[in-house]
Write a protein that binds this ligand. Sequence first.
Ligand SMILES: [Zn+2]
Length: 396
Amino acid sequence: MPQATSRTLSLTNIASLVTNDPAQGDGGPLGLIENAALVIEDGKVAWVGPTDRAPAADETYDAGGRAAIPGFVDSHSHLLYAGDRTQEFNARMSGRPYTAGGIRTTVRATREAGDAELAATLKAHLREMLAQGTTTVETKSGYGLSPEHESRALRLAAESGLEEITYLGAHIVPPEYAEDPDGYTALVAGEMLQACAPYARWVDVFCEEGAFDEDQSRTILTAGKAQGLTPRVHANQLTHGPGVQLAVEVGAASADHCTHLTDADIDALANSATVATLLPGCEFSTRAVYPRARRLLEAGVTVALSTDCNPGSSYTSSMPFCIAIAVREMGMTPDEALWSATAGGAQALRRTDIGRLTAGSRADLALLDAPSHVHLSYRPGVPLVATVWREGVRQG
Ligand SMILES: [Zn+2]
């Protein structure tokens, strides 16, 4: 039976359109087209180019001289949690000692929470992210730390419709295994993995002093790979640890944080398909030293930007905010930061259908109340995202 002809929508009068396709427009990495139009059909981009050459469409939407960008790809977040850590943040920012449990507080609250509460928290954050232009979100478990609680969190993520779900049983060693970290590693690589793998695409490890060492991390990542999951690694956040080298060794899609790197770490990343994902909201929120983004970029490493949205160390869901910090504090150019928050995030998730706006890609985009994407860093803290389309459907 012939299919009904699908309706087409043309967005016209776009002052500047970031395509992230160097074959378009000015030929730079952003493939910037001025005075552009974009045609959507069947949830995908059917055509991009100058407005005066746009093909006829069934419907037209006048972008009113705004800028259009690919929807942000937030490739690192921790949204499967319950509880509140306001007091801890307040104490840290006020220079007061704070001894209550940190991440363990979240683990306790998450274990005690019902499914509906966890799902509602996740949904609220996803809504908040969408309103700020994020159309793809990766999120992780890591506050359950038992087969039952980790698999429950990942099941709820899958039920919410998320595509990019990460098993992070190796976030910290839970209190009940404090005397037996190798026993916990065996659980994460064994029974817990079996319970979680059906819901996840990725396996992640917090490879850091005080969390999981190189051998434990390798055991877990290798076991995850054997179950069909692809590794990503929390690496070199607090110290010059083995995380980045291990990420490259196991073929991880991304090494995340990359705050403390040696030249050898940078060489390893530059000669691999592993993306360096920088999470400057974390350094901002903990008053820590930022990663050296310029060093990575100059070495030819692919850099992604992400929020690391979590209740402990980076409670922002805003990619525009992370872009502004990346430009101000890490020396990235406005163009580089925008690329890293869209195409870079897509690469960190090994996706070619998102993070770009070119014929065939998913019609995930944001219109900005601004004539250029540069305003995302030029006007920090201003809610510039006007309208979002996801898979061709206008949101909100
Ligand atoms: Zn994280």
